[in-house]
Design a binder for this molecule. Structure first.
Ligand code: URP
Ligand code: ZN
Ligand code: ZN
Ligand code: ZN
Length: 465
């Protein structure tokens, strides 16, 4: 036959257009778009379905070591499986450099963990925690040349946070190599000050996690990160933005022409500080940083998604089991929120939530949805045009959606290795029922049919500004 597969009769959408046509696939790539394309070994009937670029989730933590005794729930197998069930074809997990460790050694370890385990494609960002002269002068530039074209830096967390000087050094390497620097923007000293004070008052329950990281903590660090990037003329991505004042900093920087990108995540659209309450340690299920805010902040984030303050919508999937001393019920966490591991799972829930709350409710249009969930990730992180759209020559990474499928999110739908979802009970109206990666079904009509190991690591380019 002329093609390996034809997806017939669906409605196709990209970041630019929506059109009804068939999609023909050969050798893992999209080979033709149109009607009456000819013969294929297999025809898939997509009438009544949406055919979208598979999601790209550019903010994912898998098998990343936390504090001593803490274990992330998902490894590359379960994390990429869950990603596929949520309509994703590519995920960008972090490779964490530990202090004293070379980036090459860290990458070797992560590639070892991922090899042969992945259901969907992957590409690592680097987390730089120890910007030594060797890292800045040799390792980072060589790794950018090898296709690791983004690094994350932290302004908070013991063992991870960089000083302003160190941030400048890393941003300078970004400037020189074309790599983008992702920034976790929270003021570390302010968090410590507030945390110490709360603990002295006996305010140690999970809900005080939010009190310890109020909006000015994030706004100040966002402002500072932008100023530092301006000093070296570097390109940055402010990740997991949760509120309007931080958005205003980003908007102002953009209006001055600075190459500042921004990301928000589902927790800032559908959770609030109230989700950190609950009986006993229950609130630990929503402990992430920055914390979920209030309803006005949710509205602000929707506005940012609509108006372009946010380029990308990612999960920040950072899964810890709840009922587990290596997870949210870490023994020390009962004595203070300070010791509850930060992060929540969301790799499979991200797209159904944004589609249902965004597209189905008229807050964003379908093409904006595709931009926010796939195309912009590919463009900003150097995967475009191989990934992130539906066009002749691209990888055939496709999600087929049933947009008339009222579903209550429950943990068992997500197929991760966590033991809860912070989105339990949320009603969505659509679900990605099938996911193809390079022309092969990974999930088909809600069943896992892919082969572990089909997912490959993808080298990335430096994105144009
Ligand atoms: O609380 C969070 N977001 N944990 C994950 C690590 C990070 O900062 O992205
Ligand atoms: Zn054939
Ligand atoms: Zn972060
Ligand atoms: Zn994260």
């Amino acid at each position: 036959a002329k093609f390996d597969l034809i997806i017939r009769g669906g409605r196709v959408a990209t970041a630019a257009d929506t059109f009804d046509c068939d999609v023909a696939i050969r050798d893992g790539r999209i080979a033709a778009l149109g009607d009456d394309l000819g013969t294929a070994d297999e025809i898939v009937d997509a009438r009544g379905r949406l055919v979208l670029p598979a999601g790209i989730d550019s903010h994912v933590h898998l098998a990343q070591p936390g504090a001593p005794g803490q274990v992330m729930a998902d490894d590359f197998e379960s994390g990429t499986r869950s990603a596929a069930f949520g309509g994703n074809g590519t995920v960008l997990p972090f490779c964490l450099q530990r202090r004293g460790e070379s980036l090459r050694a860290a990458l070797e370890a992560y590639h070892g963990k991922a090899a042969g385990q992945c259901y969907v494609d992957t590409a690592f960002h680097l987390i730089v925690t120890d910007p030594t002269e060797a890292v800045l002068g040799q390792e980072l530039p060589a790794l950018v040349a090898d296709g690791y074209t983004s690094f994350k830096v932290f302004m908070t967390y013991d063992g991870l946070a960089l000083s302003d000087r160190q941030m400048l050094e890393v941003m300078q390497v970004g400037r020189e190599t074309g790599a983008i620097v992702m920034i976790h923007a929270e003021n570390d000293d302010a968090i410590r000050f507030l945390t110490d004070r709360l603990e002295r008052l006996g305010h140690t329950a999970p809900r005080f996690h939010a009190t310890s990281r109020p909006i000015p903590v994030e706004r100040e660090a966002t402002h500072r990160a932008i100023a530092l990037s301006e000093i070296v003329d570097g390109r940055i991505m402010i990740v997991h933005v949760s509120n309007r004042p931080a958005m205003e900093e980003i908007r102002r920087a953009r209006s001055r022409g600075l190459p500042v990108h921004a990301e928000t995540c589902p927790q800032y659209l559908v959770l609030t500080e109230a989700d950190l309450e609950g009986i006993g340690m229950e609130g630990a299920k929503a402990v992430c940083s920055p914390p979920p805010r209030d309803l006005a902040s949710q509205e602000a984030c929707w506005e940012g998604l609509r108006t372009g303050v946010f380029d990308v919508f990612s999960s920040d999937h950072c899964p810890f089991r709840y009922d587990d001393p290596a997870g949210k019920l870490a023994p020390r966490g009962r004595s203070s929120f300070r010791w509850v591991p930060n992060g929540i799972p969301g790799i499979a829930a991200r797209l159904p939530i944004l589609f249902s709350e965004g597209v189905a409710k008229g807050r964003i249009d379908l093409n904006r949805f595709v931009a926010l969930t796939a195309t912009n990730h590919a463009k900003i992180y150097g995967l475009y045009p191989r990934k992130g759209t539906i066009a002749v020559g691209c990888d055939a990474d496709i999600a087929i959606w049933d947009t008339d499928r009222p579903t209550r999110i429950t943990h068992d739908l997500l197929h991760d290795a966590c033991d809860y979802t912070p989105y339990e009970g949320i009603e969505v109206s659509a679900w990605p029922v099938s996911t193809l990666v390079r022309g092969h079904f990974v999930v088909r009509d809600g069943q896992l049919v892919g082969r572990k190991g089909h997912g490959a690591h993808v080298a990335r380019a430096v994105a144009p500004n």
